[in-house]
Design a protein around this ligand. Structure first.
Ligand SMILES: [Zn+2]
Length: 445
């Protein structure tokens, strides 16, 4: 006990030495006397918190082993079940006896605070990967780098979350607000955020949302890039290229559409983008194509701009079909337009407590004064679109080649991920008997 206290005080002093370094960054947007400000100093010097931070660091190698184990359990879109069951088992082992899998497939473990259930903060990572069934997900090591599909995205977030739970439970860290730990399904492309959509449908009392997704600690996501994706299928009668010349062509109609789309102009700020990602069609070189299809991706940091772009683009596609029909004096060419992806956009203000808390935590953990805030498309999109404070933070370490079979990971300062999450969470939920929650209870919910 004595040794523990001495070490803790020493570590607290070390953290306080980092504190002045962190200060200038905080001063950028700090509002003196805010709940985050008062919570920050009290939490950093709390012996239990310091010990928990140390335990997370000591747990680094085990967490990395866990990350590799999770990676080797396949979790294709809509087929996360086996990984979810493993994750639930780990929740049970770490002390969440009532943890369960909800009707959508999310793994949920509730850690109660002393405040009667509010504020309620969700801390999550996603279970699914982009890789289809049958993908070789075995972990390989080459020159100190780990290679495996999904090793970073989001096995790192899942492992960081478990390390965090293990350390706060082992140290009996008591919070005022409730923390709902969640392994979500359906974050990636095809899943269309089905996990978080169900979570917010079933739990109307969520006051804040954190997703651990991606790696870098100094890059924090406080903007949700919205996206709409379409598949467009052009259909006509088709026929022999010589005998039946004079019929409209599905490929020609699609070509007209692509040419028009490629000339679209969009704003740089808010960043708004488009691309025709894939095309396919036709059956042979000497046939007028009966069918052609393309997939189109549109994104924006602003819902308004996204909807404007979408309206223009869909209109151009219809014009292209009309022109192909007019060219051959027919009405036989049609287009079917199918929405295949829908992610809402949103933004969390820089002076919001969740952004302020994250900024302070990142500064003190990394001792880096600069924190970059950016837009991305993650589970936080849904919370942000509902007006619920949310951020996406990194799980720690370095990596790249996301969504490819050559995804790589290096555990450089990986423990920064769960440490950063710990401090952010405690500022928001409040440390029982020490600080008040900086996260506000949403009124009327
Ligand atoms: Zn991800």
């Amino acid at each position: 006990m004595k040794i523990f206290l001495t070490r803790s005080i020493f570590a607290a002093a070390a953290l306080l030495m980092a504190f002045p370094l962190a200060r200038p960054a905080c001063a950028q947007t700090a509002s003196p006397g805010s709940p985050v400000d008062s919570a920050y100093a009290a939490i950093l010097t709390n012996a239990k918190v310091v010990k928990t931070l140390e335990d997370i660091k000591a747990d680094d190698a085990r967490t990395f082993a866990e990350q590799k184990r999770i990676t080797e359990i396949p979790a294709p879109p809509y087929k996360e079940k086996i990984r979810a069951e493993y994750y639930l088992k780990r929740f049970h082992e770490l002390g969440f006896k009532d943890a369960s899998i909800d009707s959508e497939g999310n793994v949920i473990g509730l850690r109660k605070g002393s405040g009667g259930g509010r504020p309620k903060l969700v801390v999550s990572a996603h279970l699914d990967t982009v890789f289809p069934e049958g993908t070789d997900v075995s972990v390989k090591e080459k020159d100190g780098v780990i290679l495996a599909p999904g090793i970073g995205d989001d096995s790192r977030g899942l492992a960081a979350l478990l390390s965090l739970i293990k350390s706060i439970n082992a140290n009996d860290v008591a919070t005022v607000g409730d923390i709902m730990f969640v392994g979500t399904v359906g974050e990636e492309e095809l899943g269309n955020l089905r996990g978080v959509k169900a979570l917010f449908r079933d739990h109307g009392d969520i006051d804040g949302f954190i997703s651990i997704d991606g790696l870098g600690i100094t890059r924090v996501v406080n903007q949700a890039t919205g996206s709409h994706r379409y598949e467009m299928i052009f259909r006509g009668p088709g026929g022999h290229s010589f005998q039946e010349f004079g019929l409209p062509s599905a490929i020609h109609a699609m070509g007209r559409a692509v040419a028009k789309i490629s000339e679209l102009q969009t704003p740089a700020d808010p960043k708004t983008t488009f691309t025709v990602g894939t095309v396919a069609g036709g059956t042979s070189v000497n046939a007028i194509a009966a069918e052609a299809r393309m997939a189109v991706d549109m994104r924006s940091d602003s819902t308004e701009e996204l909807l404007k772009l979408e309206a223009r683009l869909l209109d151009l596609v219809k014009q292209a079909v009309a022109e192909e029909n007019a060219r051959w004096k027919t009405d036989k060419m049609t287009v079917e337009i199918k929405l295949i992806g829908d992610r809402p956009a949103g933004i969390v203000a820089m002076d919001s407590p969740i952004v302020q808390a994250t900024q302070r935590a990142v500064s003190v953990i990394t001792r880096a004064p600069r924190v970059t805030f950016a837009g991305s498309s993650t589970d936080s999109n849904l919370a942000m679109s509902l007006g619920i404070p949310a951020v996406t933070i990194g799980g720690g370490g370095e990596g790249g080649n996301w969504h490819s079979r050559n995804e790589w990971y290096k555990p450089v300062d990986a423990y920064f991920g769960p440490q950063n999450a710990l401090l952010t969470i405690l500022m928001l939920t409040g440390l029982d008997g020490v600080t008040k929650p900086a996260l506000a209870v949403r009124q009327g919910k």
